[in-house]
Design a binder for this molecule. Structure first.
Ligand code: SF4
Length: 77
């Protein structure tokens, strides 16, 4: 497996996805489909919404498959 295949960044925010944890509840795709896309590769597009909105959605992930961290100390837009 490629080590960085499930790491996404928009410069400010980095999002990681662990497929082995995902329970495929599709909460992310249903609630924020501009970012978490079902039929497009790469499936996570961090340009689809503001970082603050993406973080809010990641916090709702029931399995913990989605995680995030800020690349630098700065205000979230
Ligand atoms: S919300 Fe989390 S558990 Fe549900 S499909 Fe998305 S990544 Fe998987």
């Amino acid at each position: 497996m490629k080590p960085n295949a499930n790491v996404f960044s928009n410069g400010k925010l980095t999002v990681t996805y662990e497929p082995n944890c995902c329970i495929h509840a599709e909460l992310c795709a249903r609630q924020l489909s501009d970012v978490f896309r079902q039929s497009v590769i790469p499936w996570i597009d961090l340009d689809g919404a503001k970082s603050k909105k993406i973080i809010k959605q990641i916090k709702k992930c029931p399995s913990g498959a989605l995680q995030y961290f800020m690349n630098q100390q700065q205000e979230v837009a």
